[in-house]
Design a protein around this ligand. Structure first.
Ligand SMILES: Nc1ncnc2c1ncn2[C@@H]1O[C@H](COP(=O)(O)OP(=O)(O)OP(=O)(O)O)[C@@H](O)[C@H]1O
Length: 257
């Protein structure tokens, strides 16, 4: 199980400081949900963690600063599923998911039978086997989103970063995907960091939450500590009622003005 530590992270995009002074830790095998209003910097945070954006500060996995690692080493530790990646329209679902095995394939080498087996099994778990030979350009939005997740899962990294993994999914697939991630977390000890707009879903699955606002961390703690009517009202400009659901987890309901 891999522990993630973020120290004094700052990201400047163009001339704008989008994030600064961000500090947090995610214990090995824990699930952190990052929440915040549109434009707060949630995707920026995940992309910086994934090493895809220049940033200052330190991101450590099990005490190892990621900036010291080569991209292949980093990809074995940390897998990232972006929100809306550009997908090559002609590539098949199988070949795209197989790209997640790249950090394990020797330079100038080919994928092994094991790599293909891992890919097939991930597609199966994501209800995508029947799409394996379909071109990416011929998928629905929800199918595309599951394929992006498949590529991240074939990477078999101990840390999984998911940016809004459920936005395009129907109710059944939302549940299926989040339960799958949770099962992987419990069975394989995956450490999960995800952004989620659906606050009740975030509260149901996460061990801890971080509310991003004003370029930094506005609140962090357990779901019950972060999902309060006061904090949501202030940072989302929304009127909500927070009820206590199963196992004491908060449920957020929009209230009509
Ligand atoms: N290259 C750039 N230059 C300047 N600002 C940028 C650049 N790229 C993104 N931003 C700004 O950074 C801010 C954070 O964007 P980000 O995508 O991280 O927000 P988010 O919290 O994920 O939002 P959403 O909920 O809408 O997905 C936004 O205000 C965005 O407009």
């Amino acid at each position: 199980m891999s522990r993630v530590e973020v120290r004094d992270l700052a990201v400047v995009l163009g001339t704008r400081t989008v994030l600064s002074g961000v500090d947090f830790e995610v214990g090995g095998g824990d699930w952190l949900a990052v929440i915040g209003a549109n434009g707060a910097g949630k995707s920026t945070l995940l992309r910086a963690l994934a090493g895809l954006l220049p940033h200052s500060g330190e991101v450590l996995v099990d005490g190892v600063p990621l900036r010291r690692l080569k991209p292949r080493q980093r990809a074995r530790l940390l897998a990232y599923a972006p929100q809306t990646p550009a997908l090559p329209a002609d590539m098949t679902v199988f070949d795209y998911a197989l790209l997640g095995r790249t950090p394990y394939i020797p330079h100038l080498g080919r994928e092994s039978r094991g790599d293909r087996e891992v890919t097939a099994s991930v597609l199966e778990r994501l209800d995508l086997s029947s799409f394996a030979s379909r071109a990416l350009g011929h998928l629905s939005g929800g199918e595309r989103q599951r394929v992006v997740l498949a590529r991240a899962l074939t990477q078999q990294a101990p840390v999984l970063l998911l940016d809004e993994p459920t936005t395009a999914l129907d109710l059944g697939h939302q549940q299926h995907v989040l339960e799958l991630v949770d099962r992987l977390r419990l069975a394989d000890g995956l450490t999960v960091v995800t952004t989620l707009h659906d606050l009740s879903l975030a509260g149901q699955y996460a061990d801890s939450m971080m509310l991003v606002a004003g370029g930094g961390t506005a609140a962090s703690g357990t779901p019950a500590e972060v999902l309060t009517e006061e904090l949501i009202g202030r940072h989302f400009d929304a009127r909500v009622r927070v009820a206590t659901g199963v196992a004491g987890r908060p449920e957020v309901h929009l209230e009509r003005p």
